[in-house]
Design a protein around this ligand. Structure first.
Ligand SMILES: O=P(O)(O)OP(=O)(O)OP(=O)(O)OC[C@H]1O[C@@H](n2cnc3c(O)ncnc32)[C@H](O)[C@@H]1O
Ligand SMILES: [Mg+2]
Length: 200
């Protein structure tokens, strides 16, 4: 996979697409958005794990288009909530919830939780599927703390309420380049690359 590589991004999330475009460019890969194709079926995310959903996204899209595809299933694990919302992060405040509704619900649930108990991590599992081959899977995470209030306007999802003590900023206050150096998605991409190298 070292040559110029066209890989379909098996996601409907525009924030993820932007991040992947930059991460892929660093590898000389070309990420192709699902918007380029018509009639692509919705993937039903009914797995209980990030891995199951990431593989399902990549496999269904790769099979449908006959091209390599990367699926990303990701979410937020909050320690004070026993790891919730986890794989249900996208629908935490209900099916089709907005990003803001999700993080507002989270701040509400953590209203009485003191600062030292607000630890959390973003997790990302990536699956690369080439037609007719077994998936290659890689994971990454990023540790932080759930803030009391939102800060910043970059990024997407839970970024405004995910505070990074080392940076002294929320994830939504980082530039896209800074986020791509430390994020769960960036770590998973690095691990995917290593897995590909040891596979070939
Ligand atoms: O399934 P696809 O089409 O890829 O798009 P999605 O937005 O539904 O993605 P997921 O099912 O993987 O759900 C991920 C959830 O975790 C959140 N999330 C994932 N990565 C994030 C990041 O880098 N920053 C903030 N929130 C993130 C995101 O907002 C969703 O609520
Ligand atoms: Mg989803």
């Amino acid at each position: 996979m070292s040559e110029q590589r066209k890989v379909v991004l098996a996601t409907r999330n525009k924030g993820k697409v932007k991040e992947f475009n930059k991460l892929f460019a660093q590898l000389g890969w070309e990420g192709i958005s699902l918007d380029e194709f018509e009639g692509v079926p919705e993937v039903v995310e009914d797995g209980d794990t990030f891995e199951a959903n990431a593989v399902k996204k990549a496999r269904e899209i790769s099979t449908y288009l006959g091209m390599p595809a990367v699926g990303d299933d990701s979410g937020l694990e909050v320690d004070a909530l026993g790891g919730r919302p986890g794989v249900y992060s996208a629908r935490y405040a209900g099916e089709g919830a907005t990003d803001e509704a999700n993080w507002r619900k989270l701040l509400g649930e953590l209203a009485d939780v003191p600062a030292e108990k607000r630890t959390a991590r973003f997790r990302c599992v990536l699956a690369l599927v080439e037609p007719g081959r077994d998936p290659i899977i890689a994971a990454g995470f990023c540790e932080g703390v759930i803030a009391e209030e939102p800060r910043g306007t970059n990024g997407f999802g839970y970024d405004p309420v995910f505070y990074l003590p080392q940076q002294g900023k929320s994830m939504a206050e980082l530039s896209p380049e800074e986020k791509n150096q430390i994020s769960h998605r960036a770590m998973a991409m690095q691990n995917l690359l290593s897995a590909l190298k040891s596979n070939s």
